[in-house]
Write a protein that binds this ligand. Structure first.
Ligand code: ADP
Ligand code: SF4
Length: 715
């Protein structure tokens, strides 16, 4: 294992001249079993939504991170057998030899840049419902994961594993290991975290067995130990063996012989794996949104691991600051800095640290839209990095841009997320760019929203782009500049992008599940009134059918001003869609802490200035609330009047192309606005560009390899 010291200007041929001496430790190679990671930047396994259906999309997504300097690049979960079938959620697989070639695309791509490729071999145990394979889920003792959210619910409960079932899983791990080696992976995982099979053996709540795999801690560890041993036995010295483990619940359990059961498990398995990959137990705590969890929030759970193993340790914590990363290494918390979201938001983060380009790092904002993509079952999307998932499909590189051969003037109107992104990408492609914003500050909706409780990190969407634009010689930026149709016509741009945003309305919600007629009245407000400080009254109702974060955040904000706030929504949960971004449990905690009274499945029927009437969405029960005002967070309408008036000019010899982008085109989340701005500007060079459709890698006709497992587990 490398020592921490000031390295000098080069290390193993890596130029560190521009790297701050304090950060050079991040570029020390480190031995992991039989392989050497070239530096400490480790892209830990994370879901990409990319499966065997889109292997080229996946390979290019992972390759970009290797190119950007991540020394290890991992897959997401790769199922070892059809009894670990998470459909309809996206997952990869190594079920038979036919799956090897598609993974080889990824390993070859990662190796091209000198990085190591890791594979997260995975058995989901009782968490998966095997909806496609229709096999009984496996578990130590038949205990199901009884999820509270409909998206994860299922009716099939797991079977109790027999000794033959345990042998079968070990055999499948061996076969998957063999295939992973053939595919070219350098680090092979055993997964004992996040409720999956290995984890279920570790926790007494899941494991009631009275054989050698249950009872004492030594027995509960046995299955994971055997999974590691079988992987090691098959891999020999060809690859390292990593254990990914969740330690939150185990650390909360007292132990007879150890400080906690987590200490016990790590001590018992101390040097069995070549690498420890340590994490939290559930997605909301492990991949916490920035609204509720700070950078490095895992440390109190995982800080002991290095004291009970000699093997290198990797962990995550939404690290974006090199100082925090170095601190983790210097203080002996971690040896390798794990990144999932940090690597999605900026695949070139390691290169930028190495080159001393700190301001150029596109920091993750912790919105968890990337995680929502997985819940949606689609390839990853990122608010900060519009190119994530589009590397192969659209040929978008996060740092490289084709230069225009036909210099032209581009005018972007509106400096919100869409306008800022459009201006930046147009400028990077060599266009002569002018950006005009009517307000005194850049950022559009981000400026206001980032001042609400917990939302400060979201300002990075604005800050990164404003900084990057300020570095470019071909950009003119004007605030306090409201442009009208005449100004656009006079400007004489070749291309005009209208990123004029959208505005909230006071429309109510219809039983047809569509926005209805606006609610009129002096004490009826929208989020814009909240930002402008126009909301008056001590007793307020927030009525939310937008269902993402804003309704909940505004309720919290108003309650912080010592007002009595009621929150009502026709949905089944407050801020219902935040289930997709791991925020829902914490939204409830925040609203409870702020003493906000919550009504769900409640539709606002009217407000006479004194009494608001809520009606249950499904039956006729009504609730009357005496309030002073209502804030409606429901429907947004595009600000497209400027576009309409410019369209009218087109017959007057105006030859500019005029295009709506962002919320002015189709109101959405910030991720949509950034993508829209990016798409527009890439299209300036190649207006006819479409995207490629990926296809599975097929080597031969489909075969029948899993016919008889239920009766013949050894097959
Ligand atoms: P998006 O998310 O699509 O970027 P935003 O609402 O965040 O949308 O930003 C739109 C921006 O456009 C706001 O900052 C707004 O002040 C600005 N804007 C709207 N109309 C004009 C205009 N006519 N001239 C200049 N700026 C405008
Ligand atoms: Fe970070 Fe949001 Fe991008 Fe995910 S989508 S990587 S949380 S900025």
């Amino acid at each position: 294992m490398g020592k921490s010291h000031n390295i000098g200007s080069t290390l193993d041929g890596v130029d560190l001249t521009a790297c701050h001496p304090h950060h050079q430790v991040l570029f020390e190679p480190i031995q992991i079993g039989p392989v050497v990671a070239p530096n400490r930047f480790y892209q830990v396994p994370h879901a990409s939504g990319m499966t065997e259906s889109n292997p080229r999309v996946r390979a290019a997504f992972r390759e970009t991170k290797a190119e950007g300097g991540w020394g290890v690049v991992s897959t997401g979960a790769v199922s070892i057998h059809p009894s670990s079938d998470d459909s309809p959620l996206p997952f990869a697989r190594l079920w038979n030899d036919a799956d090897i070639a598609s993974h080889a695309l990824t390993t070859e791509a990662v190796h091209r840049h000198g990085s190591l490729a890791a594979v997260e071999l995975w058995h989901g145990g009782a968490v998966v419902m095997n909806r496609t394979s229709r096999l009984a889920p496996l578990s130590p003792s038949g205990i199901p994961w009884a999820a509270t959210h409909i998206g994860f619910m299922g009716q099939l409960r797991p079977k109790k594993m027999t000794g033959a079932d345990i042998d079968a899983v070990l055999h499948w791990q061996r076969l998957a290991t063999r295939r992973a080696l053939d595919a070219g992976f350098d680090i092979l995982y055993v997964y004992a975290g996040m409720g999956y099979l290995g984890y279920e053996f570790l926790l007494p709540e899941y494991n009631y067995r009275d054989d050698g795999y249950g009872g004492s801690l030594e027995n509960r560890v046995r299955f994971v130990r055997e999974m590691l041993e079988v992987t090691r036995d098959e891999a020999g010295s060809r690859a390292a063996v990593a254990l990914r483990i969740s330690l939150e619940e185990l650390r909360a359990k007292s132990s007879e012989h150890y400080e906690s059961e987590a200490h016990g498990v790590v001590s018992l398995l101390s040097n069995v794996p070549d690498l420890w990959d340590v994490k939290m137990d559930s997605s909301p705590t492990d991949c916490g949104a920035s609204r509720f969890r700070q950078e490095g929030a895992h440390e109190p759970i995982i800080d002991f691991v290095k004291s009970v193993t000699d093997r290198p340790v990797v962990g995550v914590g939404r690290f974006t600051s090199p100082d925090t990363m170095v601190s983790q290494i210097r203080r002996g918390v971690l040896d390798l800095i794990g990144g999932a979201r940090a690597s999605i938001a900026d695949p070139f983060l390691p290169s930028k640290v190495r080159e001393g380009r700190y301001d150029d790092i596109r920091e993750c904002i912790g919105c968890n839209i990337c995680i929502a993509s997985w819940h949606d079952g689609v390839p990853v999307r990122c608010t900060q990095n519009a190119t994530a998932g589009e590397e192969w499909r659209r040929g978008w590189h996060p740092e490289k841009f084709r230069q225009t051969l036909a210099p032209a003037k581009v005018l972007v109107v509106g400096g919100g997320p869409a306008g800022l992104e459009a201006a930046l990408i147009a400028a990077r492609q060599g266009f002569d760019v002018t950006l005009a914003e009517q307000d005194e500050d850049w950022g559009g909706r981000v400026v206001q929203e980032s001042q609400l409780p917990g939302m400060a990190s979201w300002r990075r969407v604005r800050d990164y782009r404003v900084w990057a634009l300020s570095q470019m010689g071909n950009v003119a930026m004007f605030t306090n500049s409201q442009l009208d149709a005449a100004a656009l016509s006079d400007f004489g741009a070749d291309h005009i992008a209208l990123a004029t945003g959208a505005q909230w309305t006071t429309r109510l919600y219809s039983p047809l599940e569509i926005p209805a007629a606006p609610l009129e009245g002096p004490q009826v407000f929208t989020p814009e009134d909240v930002y402008a400080g126009r909301v008056t009254g001590d007793r307020l109702l927030v009525f939310d059918f937008d269902n993402y974060y804003l309704g909940g955040v505004i309720a919290e904000h108003l309650a912080e001003q010592d007002r009595y706030v009621t929150y009502a929504t026709p949905a089944g949960h407050a801020s219902a869609w935040t289930f997709m971004t791991n925020e829902l449990p914490y939204v409830y905690q925040a609203l409870e802490n702020a003493r906000v009274n919550i009504h769900t499945t409640a539709n606002l029927m009217g407000f006479d200035g004194r009494v608001a009437t809520l009606k249950n969405l499904f039956h006729s029960a009504e609730t009357e609330l005496e309030i002073d005002g209502v804030v409606i967070v429901g429907h947004r309408e595009a600000n497209d009047t400027l576009y309409q008036s410019v369209s009218d000019l087109s017959g007057n010899g105006n030859r500019s192309s005029v295009t709506l982008i962002g919320d002015a085109l189709a109101p959405g989340a910030i991720v949509h606005a950034v993508h829209s701005g990016h798409l527009y500007s890439r299209g300036l060079i190649d207006p006819d560009a479409t995207y490629l459709r990926d296809e599975p890698v097929t080597l031969h006709e489909p075969d029948s390899v899993f016919p008889a497992y239920q009766s013949d587990p050894g097959s």
